[in-house]
Write a new protein. Sequence first.
Length: 330
Amino acid sequence: MTLHDAHNRTIRDLRISVTDRCNFRCFYCLPNGEPPLARKDTILTFEEIARLSEIFVSLGIEKIRLTGGEPMLRKGIVTLVEQLASLKPRLKDLALTTNGQSFPENGAELKAAGLDRVTISLDSLNADRFREITGVDAIYKPLAAIEAAKEYAFEPVKVNAVIVRGRNDDELVDFARFARENALSFRFIEFMPLDSGHGWSREMVVPGREMRERINSVYPLKLKETSRGTGTSWKYVFADGSPGEIGIIAPVTEMFCGQCSRIRLTADGQIRTCLFSTTEHNLRDVLRSGARSEEIAQFIRGVVMKKEPRHYINDPEFIQPARTMSFIGG
Ligand code: SAM
C-alpha cells in the first residue's frame, strides 16, 4: 500500500509535531514569544497519535519524525516513542528533532524505546551569539545533547543550523570544522518565511550554493551521492577523508518540491501537505467522530491527493502561512 498524490509523488515521510510549546525564542521562528497555544483538549493524546501513526504506516509511511515546538517538553515522550517503535519493521525510521532539552537525561531511554535517530539544532558555536539567536542562555543544552547522542550511539548524530545573513553566516566554516572534529552530519538550512514576526526577507537568505562554496574554499567537499532522492539535502563529505558530513538544505533558492515525500501532522491534529500550506485538514475531528480506521485512511488518501505541486515562496503572490514553524513542526 502506498500513498500517492496527484503529482506522481509517493508520500513516505510523516512529521508529527507533539507539542506547540517551545522553550526557545529563536528570532527566525518565535521572535515575539509563543503565539496563543492550542487549547489543551485539542492536542492529540499519545493514544490518538499512536492510532493515527498505525494507519499512516499501513498506508505506506516509512519514516516518522517527532518534532514541535520542543518535543522533549511533552511529558512521557519516551512512552510515545515506544508505542511508535512497535510499528517496526513496516516503520523503517523513527527520528526526533530537538533543541537538546533534557536529551542527556533521556537519551538512553529513548534509544532503548526504539528511537533510531536524533537531530539537534545548534545555530551558533558562540555562547553570546547563541543567546542572541535563541533568546536563551543555554548553548550547553545542544552541546550536551550532541555528546549524549554520540554516547548513546545514535548514528549519525545530525545537527541543524539555520543560516541567516549577518547573524551567523560568518560561522559556516567553524560549523564545518566542528562537524569534522566531532564526526557529525551537519545540516545547513536556508532561512524560510515561517517566522512569527514576519521578519523574513530575501536579503537574509544565504543561498545553499554560497554556503557550499564558502565551506568548500576552506575544507574541499565531495558530493556524496549524485541524487538527492526524496531527501531534503545535498550531502557532501570532506575531500581529505576527514569524518563528518555536510548537508545543504536550500528550499528557497533550489526548490525540491518535485521530489517531496513529506506530510505533517500538527499537535492539534491537522494534516499539512506542505510547510507553506495555507489550508489544513482536520484529521482530529475525523478521528474523534468515532470513524473506523478505513474511513480515516480514506480521509488521509483524499488529503494527500490535494498536496500542493510546489511552494510559492518565489512568486510575487506568495502568502506566508499563518502558523509558524514551531506550530507546524519542522
Ligand atoms: N524544537 C526543536 C528544535 O529546535 O529543533 C524542533 C522544532 S524546530 C521548529 C525544527 C527545525 O526547524 C529546527 O532545526 C529549526 O532551526 C528549524 N526552523 C525553524 N524556523 C525556521 C525557519 N524560519 N527557517 C528555516 N528553518 C527553521
